[in-house]
Structures are given as structure tokens and as C-alpha cells.
Design a protein around this ligand. Structure first.
Ligand code: XMP
Length: 514
């Protein structure tokens, strides 16, 4: 089955745009995967690879440890497209000359393209492109010709028609290259001859088949949080193997208002999934008593979750497989040529389960981006309420109560948070923004209600826009919505007399307050 799927292989030389290349290709209904540059060529032969893209990257081909790939990649008979560093590497490996740059070229450039080339077919002769390079090409190897130029870059695109090798000095994957979409379509369609038929339904069939083969008659457990990723994972696996799957849903006491009922009703009631609900509220809250340090809170919650999970899984007898909602971006991080980044927070989610547990992993979403997971979820009949849910951190409300976590603080935050969500939904903004929520601050301030002095809690409201959670902007919510949120919280939530709006972006702040 697997070998039949047409694939474009992207070798990642560390460009910040590599994921974007993958997104663009999949938008054309062609499957693609990102690989490390040193991938064995045999692997490419085994995946029905229809084309290879060498991504950009920050290095110069002359750097001491410049990433490279097997030179024989150009002799596989598979079309190759080098982008930026990928093009320079192509030229370098095939005997041309790349000049060390005196000056770097960043930003928009006007390019003149040779419309006779297959990769530029249907383009306007003059177009804007996004340049971002240091070195330039000064001499082409035999068989290559220049097919585009700018006033600064005489070799802005190259072609070897006989061997189907192409190179672009600019980035077709970014929105600043308005005809980039067409260039990518030309490469995968006209040159690689892909059939543009990769759909979610084909993905579902493919996954079900694979899960059935992998699991046989054995048992699978899945930690379900009710978030998009674990929900889609559970429903997909359930479709493949039915009651061989058991899901655990752990109530850690840090969930939002009505969350427990919603998750249990949806998965037990609607999907008829074998759902083990574990009420571990007291256990978690006892461990968290008087803890104020954010990292300690996160560690305690992560550790306790693992203990609960181990105990529950132990009750089921022999379990062979653990299902996780790992997504493609997590997988790409580990193949990238870039080193690990500095740890800001220890993340916990239901996927972060113990390595020492001897489960084999099933990760049916590991080839998908978040928006593709949502599409898949809809295709599987999961309600929009779950599919368009904003992200919610594994440690839950614990990282939104600054200071110690007490039952009364949890109650206040739950009520305030429910109002934020309700008002954001009412304004039609819920699925348009990345996250919106309330935070409970560890200070009290003076207020006046009726004629009496009050001394009560402060709630902060946070709403952010983001592509992937890595960076974020605070949302300029209309004043009217802020006003509704504020007056409803102060009037309806006992114990709050002040509401403030968080106007910080990430960086330098983070999305969650802890
Ligand atoms: P920060 O606060 O680091 O959050 O800017 C970035 C995104 O990650 C979510 N987040 C988490 N998700 N486990 C998760 O699954 C966690 O421990 C965790 N901490 C933060 C956060 O809500 C935001 O979307």
C-alpha cells in the first residue's frame, strides 16, 4: 500500500521555510515528506519518490561543516529542484562555481523568467520574487542553462532539461513570491508528473489499513485529553480496531468548566469508544498544594500523570501499543539539521508518556500538519466543537493560576474563563484566533460595589494570534467585546472586582503566564 503513494521528498538543509515548502506541496494534493539531507538513496527508491526538493539553509557551501547530500541523488532519474542553498549545493556538487558573496541580498526583487522552461510555464515574464541569499552562482556545470535573472543576480534560476534538474535562487514557497504557487505546481505536475490525488479520504483508508496490519489482534491504549490531536487519534484508531482500543481520560482537577462531561459524553456516548474515566482530582491537587514555582507545578503534573497512567494501564493486563497524537511538525524538529533550542518551559501533554513503559507506538497523525488533522477530524465526523478547539496546555488551569492552586481559585478561574470563551464565541472570533482565556492573578485590589468597599481578585484576559504557538501577537479585541467580558466577569464571578487585558506579544512574553 505504502509504496504506491506518490511522494515528493524534501531534504532539509535548515531553512526556516522548509515546513512551508511541504505545506505548499500538500495544498496541491500531493503527499510530501521532509528528510534529513543525508538520507540513504535506497530509502528514496522505496517510497515511490516522484521528485526531490533540496531546501534552502543558512550555510554557505564553503562552510566547514556545510550540510550536503549524496551526489548520486542527481543520477536517480528523479527530478530535482534546489531552492536557494539547495540550488547552490547542486551547482557545487556538479562542478559549477558558487561565489562567496560580498553583499547579501534580502527582500523583494524583480525577476525576468524564460517562459519556455517547464518550471515557468504559464508565468508572466516579469514577476516579484523573495530573495534571501548570500553566495551567488558564477559558473554553470555542463548541461545547465540560466532561465531567470534579476538586476543583482544574473543566475536567478537554472535548468538542466535532459536530467530534469532545476534550481531557484529565490523562495517560491513564501507569499512574497506571488507566482511561487504556480512554479511549485509546475515542478510537481509538469516535471515530476504527480497526479494531484492525495486526499483526506485516501489518507484515512491508508491509515486504517496500516493500523490494522500493525496491531493485529493486540491491544492499544490512548491517553485522551479531548483536544484535537488526541481526539482524532482515538477516533481513527477506533475505526480501525474497535474495542481493542481503550482510552484513558484523566481528570487532573485542572480542567475547564464542563470539560469532563463533554469529553465523556462525546467519546463514550457518541463514538462508543471504550473510555476509562479516571477521577484523579484529589490526588493532583494534594501534590500541588502550596506550590507556586511554575516549573515545579509542571513537573509535578507530568509525573503524577505518568503514575496514574501506569496504574490504570497495569489494570488492563498486557498492552502492546500506545497511541499518540504526535504531529508532523514535532517529527520535523527531530530531523532538522538545526540543533535543539533552549528550554523555556517543560511541556507536558498527554503524548509525553514514560519511555520506560514498554509500549510500541502508534502515531497515525505523524505525517500531518495541524490544519490537515482538523480536516481529517471533520472527515471522521468529529464535531466542530472539538475540531476547532483552541489549544489548551497539558498542565491545564495550573499554569493560569499564578501562585498556589486552591479549590476556590480553580472555581473563580473556571467561571471567568467560561465567560471569556462564551463572549469570544458570540463575537464569532473563537475559531479565528489562536487562543483566548482567563488568568487568575495572585493579588487583590480595592474596588467599590454598591456603596461598599471590596478587596478582591484580579483576572487577566489573554487573546493571542499565532501560526504555531512559537511566536504570537496579542489580539486587538474590539473595546465592546472587552467591555462585555469585563462587566460579565465582575458581575457574575464572585470574588473578582477587576479585569485587565494582557497586551504583550511572544516574544518577549509567552502565551501562557507560567
Ligand atoms: P507558551 O506559553 O510556551 O505556549 O508561549 C505556547 C503554546 O503551547 C501551549 N502550551 C502547552 N501545550 N503542554 C501542551 O500540550 C504544555 O505543557 C504546554 N504549555 C504551553 C500554550 O497553550 C500555547 O498554545
Amino acid at each position: 500500500m505504502e509504496s504506491l503513494r506518490e511522494t515528493i521528498a524534501i531534504l532539509d538543509f535548515g531553512s526556516q521555510y522548509t515546513k512551508l515548502i511541504a505545506r505548499r506541496i500538500r495544498e496541491h494534493k500531493v503527499y510530501c515528506e521532509i528528510y534529513p539531507p543525508n538520507i540513504a538513496l535506497n530509502k528514496l527508491k522505496n517510497i515511490n519518490c516522484k521528485g526531490i526538493i533540496l531546501s534552502g539553509g543558512p550555510a554557505s557551501v564553503y562552510d566547514k561543516n556545510a550540510p550536503s547530500c549524496d551526489k548520486n541523488i542527481f543520477d536517480l532519474g528523479i527530478p530535482v529542484l534546489g531552492i536557494c542553498y539547495g540550488m547552490q549545493l547542486t551547482i557545487h556538487l556538479l562542478g559549477g562555481k558558487v561565489e562567496r558573496a560580498q553583499k547579501h541580498e534580502y527582500g523583494l526583487a524583480k525577476i525576468k523568467v524564460d517562459q519556455k522552461s517547464g518550471i515557468f510555464e504559464g508565468l508572466h515574464g516579469q514577476t516579484d520574487v523573495w530573495m534571501s541569499h548570500g553566495d551567488s552562482i558564477s559558473h554553470l556545470p555542463d548541461g545547465f542553462k540560466t532561465i531567470a535573472e534579476t538586476s543583482n543576480t544574473p543566475v536567478a534560476a537554472i535548468e538542466n532539461e535532459d536530467k530534469n534538474i532545476y534550481g531557484l535562487q529565490f523562495h517560491p514557497e513564501v507569499v512574497h513570491t506571488p507566482q511561487g504557487r504556480k512554479i511549485i505546481e509546475n515542478f510537481i505536475g509538469k516535471i515530476c508528473k504527480c497526479s494531484f490525488n492525495w486526499t483526506m479520504q485516501s489518507y484515512i483508508n491508508h491509515s486504517i489499513q496500516k493500523i490494522k496490519e500493525q496491531v493485529g489482534s493486540k491491544k492499544v491504549v490512548c491517553a485522551l485529553s479531548g483536544g484535537v490531536d488526541s481526539s482524532v487519534t482515538a477516533v481513527l484508531i477506533h475505526l480501525a480496531i474497535g474495542n481493542q482500543l481503550t482510552c484513558f481520560f484523566v481528570n487532573n482537577g485542572l480542567l475547564r468548566k464542563n470539560e469532563v462531561e463533554k469529553v465523556v459524553n462525546t467519546f463514550r456516548g457518541h463514538f462508543r469508544i471504550n473510555l476509562d474515566y479516571i477521577d484523579a482530582e484529589d490526588r493532583f491537587l494534594k501534590k500541588l498544594k502550596n506550590i507556586t514555582d511554575p516549573e515545579k507545578k509542571r513537573k509535578i503534573i507530568g509525573r503524577e500523570f505518568i503514575r496514574v497512567f501506569e496504574e490504570e494501564a497495569g489494570k488492563l493486563g498486557k498492552i502492546d501499543f500506545l497511541a499518540q497524537g504526535t504531529l508532523y511538525p514535532d517529527v520535523i524538529e527531530s530531523v532538522s539539521v538545526n540543533g535543539p533550542s533552549v528550554k523555556i518551559k517543560s511541556h507536558h501533554n498527554v503524548g509525553g508518556l514514560p519511555k520506560k513503559m514498554k509500549f510500541k507506538l502508534i502515531e497515525p497523525l505523524r505525517e500531518l500538519f495541524k490544519d490537515e488533522v482538523r480536516l481529517l477530524g471533520r472527515e471522521l465526523g468529529i464535531s466542530d466543537e472539538i475540531i476547532s478547539r483552541q489549544p489548551f496546555p497539558g498542565p491545564g488551569l495550573a499554569v493560569r493560576i499564578i501562585g498556589p492552586i486552591r479549590p476556590e481559585s480553580l472555581h473563580i478561574l473556571r467561571e471567568a474563563d467560561a465567560i471569556v470563551i462564551e463572549e469570544i464565541k458570540k463575537a464569532g472570533l473563537y475559531s479565528k484566533i489562536w487562543q483566548s482565556f482567563a488568568v487568575l492573578l495572585p493579588i487583590k485590589t480595592v474596588g467599590v460595589m454598591g456603596d461598599a468597599r471590596t478587596y478582591e481578585n484580579v483576572v487577566a484576559v489573554r487573546a493571542v494570534q499565532s501560526e504555531d504557538g512559537m511566536t504570537a501577537d496579542w489580539v486587538k479585541l474590539p473595546h465592546e467585546i472587552l467591555q462585555n467580558i469585563s462587566s460579565r466577569i465582575i458581575n457574575e464571578v464572585k470574588g473578582v472586582n477587576r479585569v485587565v487585558y494582557d497586551i504583550s506579544s511572544k516574544p518577549p512574553s509567552t502565551i501562557e503566564w507560567e
